[in-house]
Ligand binder design. Structure first.
Ligand SMILES: C[S@@+](CC[C@H](N)C(=O)[O-])C[C@H]1O[C@@H](n2cnc3c(N)ncnc32)[C@H](O)[C@@H]1O
Length: 526
């Protein structure tokens, strides 16, 4: 993995997928007995419940790593509020790049030979001629940068609508996805934004009023908002729709994970751990290393439902305490939400019973997040200082601290002045501790073949291997202990290589899998 040389902000956690529902009831489980079975595949069948709508259920016992869905996208398009991107492959344009434009519609492309221009359900097949005929590119001359971003955002909606004439079967599959119109219509801010920025833009500014009704366009906006996956990796990022995969129910400790191929966005969904026949197959629509209050609010705001899963229902978040604060009154107890399924719930110290309002907790976390945002993402000393100071206020596993620990465990050994040969034994020990602390939490929240686990296991092997060698050479440990330690390193590398071998070719994680395999080979037999 190349070192991070660029100055960067403290990294945000990676997010995957988005969905919705309005149910804010406070039951943690729902009664499945009335759920209706709809369709079946070899690995799953589709059921429907009052509470979540359609969802997938394992039709047989599945092993960790089993592929349950492998599918090309129904349609791909630019992200919301994106910088201008190539309408073929959705890559952003480096500032120094030569400007190419599509000869027909005059929108920017990365190159006349871009593979994406001719891919099914993209530029040439869908919006190129209509954009040309309506001379939409002329609007760029009079648009502000914000309006330009909104023009790119509207492209995916236009593409979906154009399927109606170009590929009726795909359009029907698209319309089978739930737009949650009733729910979204009750959110004026969202509905009015779509009306102004997407619906009226396409109908009035771009001249498609005869072709598409307002209602049709709102429905497609909803289908995208509720069901689209974020696909790709910098500098190519896009949104894509997958009719089967979008039926996976959300859970904050999911039993499946997904990857998408870099160029084609071909999606593969795999089980992260063994799943019994009859268990729901679940995916997370939120960040794993995020606290319940924030995770649930994100799901409500972006995906229109409050999650009531096992993790959300448990104030300790499955014993990880990753939302817990330290009591500044008695200085002994941990402060947890009284009822985590109520967003406004009071928080209470488990020792002195002192209560804090949810508002105060939110304000404190906002203040701390802002402080963290101000620290450069490569500033090891700054991040360590933040950790040291805030462990007096936050539990060691608090999600804000976990995100700092995640950054630090990658920085030690990777950036200038902290490259592996430059690390002191204290710094190596520190990297090891950070990795162990993170793995302990991830083993609870996303056990199994999780990408996060795989990358941290790779990081963990470095200090362990070096330390074992140094201790042996200085005579502190004997051959047997060396062998035991190297076996542990081997185990980490094997698991990391196995997990990350699922990652798409060309991705950083795929590179780590290769590095793990090389390291194993270099170790030989022990
Ligand atoms: C992408 S769709 C999933 C498929 C959808 N159930 C259907 O019938 O088309 C996302 C929607 O499913 C529901 N959903 C998924 N996971 C849920 C969960 N854990 N709790 C409540 N609703 C959920 C919400 O209504 C959400 O808006």
């Amino acid at each position: 993995m190349p070192p991070h040389h660029k100055k960067k902000k403290h990294k945000k956690q990676r997010q995957s997928f988005g969905v919705s529902n309005e149910n804010a009831n406070t039951t943690t489980e729902w009664d499945h007995s009335h759920d209706v079975q709809l369709e079946a595949s070899t690995s799953y069948y589709i059921k429907r419940s009052e509470h979540v709508g359609r969802y997938l259920v394992a039709s047989r016992d599945l092993k960790a790593g089993n592929v349950i869905i492998e599918t090309p996208p129904l349609i791909v398009g630019p992200c919301a509020e994106t910088e201008p991107v190539c309408l073929g492959c959705h890559s952003t344009f480096p500032s120094s790049s030569v400007i190419y434009k599509c000869e027909s519609c005059n929108w920017r492309i990365c190159s006349p030979n871009c593979h994406g221009l001719v891919a099914p359900s993209t530029h040439y097949q869908l919006e190129c001629i209509p954009l040309r005929d309506k001379a939409v590119h002329k609007l760029f001359q009079t648009s502000t940068p914000v309006q330009v971003k909104l023009m790119y955002e509207a492209i995916l909606t236009l593409r979906c609508m154009l399927l109606k004439t170009v590929d009726v079967a795909s359009y029907d599959r698209l319309l089978d996805m739930d737009p949650l119109n009733d729910v979204r219509q009750q959110i004026p801010k969202l509905w009015n934004r779509n009306q102004k920025e997407i619906v009226l833009r396409i109908r009035n500014d771009w001249g498609f009023a005869v072709e598409f009704t307002e209602q049709e366009l709102h429905t497609v906006c909803g289908i995208i908002e509720v069901n689209a996956f974020e696909v790709g990796q910098d500098p190519i990022k896009a949104r894509a729709l997958f009719p089967e995969a979008c039926l996976l129910m959300h859970d904050c400790t999911p039993n499946t994970g997904h990857t998408d191929a870099l160029r084609t966005h071909y999606l593969t969904v795999r089980t992260l751990r063994d799943v019994k026949a009859g268990e729901s197959l679940t995916l997370t629509y939120a960040h794993i290393l995020q606290g319940t209050l924030k995770r649930r609010q994100h799901l409500k705001d972006e995906k229109f439902f409050y999650c009531n899963c096992r993790r959300c229902s448990d104030p300790t978040e499955l014993g990880t305490y990753c939302s817990a604060l330290r009591c500044t009154d008695c200085r002994r107890g941990l402060v947890l939400p009284v009822n985590p399924l109520i967003q406004e719930s009071e928080w209470r110290c488990q020792e002195c019973r002192k209560e804090i309002s949810c508002e105060s907790v939110v304000l404190l976390l906002e203040k701390l997040s802002q402080q963290l945002e101000c620290i450069d993402g490569n500033d090891v000393v700054g991040l360590e200082t933040f950790l040291r100071k805030q462990t007096t206020v936050l539990h060691d596993n608090h999600y804000l601290l976990l995100s700092v620990k995640h950054s630090l465990c990658e920085l030690y050994g990777k950036i200038e002045n902290y490259l592996v040969p430059q690390l002191s034994s204290d710094q190596l020990k520190r990297k090891e501790t950070l990795c162990r602390e993170l793995l302990e939490v991830i083993d609870q929240l996303e056990p199994g073949l999780s990408r996060l686990r795989g990358t941290i296991m790779y990081e963990a092997h470095v200090p362990l291997m070096i330390e074992a060698g140094q201790l042996f050479q200085s005579g502190v440990i004997q051959r047997n202990e060396l062998r035991r330690r190297l076996k542990e390193v081997q185990k980490l590398l094997k698991e990391s290589a196995k997990i990350l071998s699922f990652e798409p070719e060309g991705s950083p994680e795929h590179g780590i899998a290769e590095a793990a395999r090389d390291a194993l080979e270099n170790m030989g037999s022990i």
